[in-house]
Design a protein around this ligand. Structure first.
Ligand code: 4NP
Length: 157
């Protein structure tokens, strides 16, 4: 089993979006028994909460149901359980690098640079912005999710 963890700040906007989008693509590829997907936040503020209503609405319009997801905080043990630890922005990445135990094999990395066609390297935080920000989050996450799935599939061959 390959374990993939997406990480943002609150675990209510960007990383649950990535979890839902990537899981959808994994299911469509028939790889649900091979690839496990989760998400977490670096902050504790929203532990136990469902994703932001704006995030859920934009995701639903594109066919992704995020309603069952609940926020949790990233922990050091995640580095011993996950094969990919993917940060939404550079601040999340710095938090993860500080959390990573010395004996971990996995290194956290930014998610978007997996997709060559993206010029953005960070998923912009949509929390305090307008509706367009949530659409952009979906746009870049869909593209980077395709790239991640290709990377994992070619490693499986
Ligand atoms: P996320 O967005 O990191 O994509 O889940 C945020 C959610 C909540 C807050 C900031 C960003 N907040 O300040 O509560």
């Amino acid at each position: 089993m390959i374990h993939v963890l997406f990480v943002c700040l609150g675990n209510i906007c960007r990383s649950p979006t990535a979890e839902g989008v990537f899981r959808h693509k994994v299911e469509r590829a028939g790889l649900s028994e091979v690839i496990a997907v989760d998400s977490a936040g670096t902050a504790a503020w929203h532990i136990g909460k469902a994703p932001d209503a704006r995030t859920c609405a934009v995701a639903r319009q594109r066919g992704y149901d995020l309603s069952a997801l609940r926020a949790r905080q990233a922990v050091a043990d995640d580095f011993l359980r996950f094969d990919w630890v993917l940060a939404m922005d550079a601040s999340n990445l710095a938090h993860l690098q500080a959390l990573r135990p010395a004996e971990a094999r996995v290194e956290p990395q930014l998610f978007l640079p997996l997709a060559d066609e993206l010029t953005l390297s960070e998923v912009p935080d949509p929390y305090y912005g307008g509706a367009q920000g949530f659409e952009q989050v979906l746009d870049v996450i869909e593209i980077a999710s395709d790239a991640l799935l290709q990377r994992i599939q070619s490693a499986l061959r």
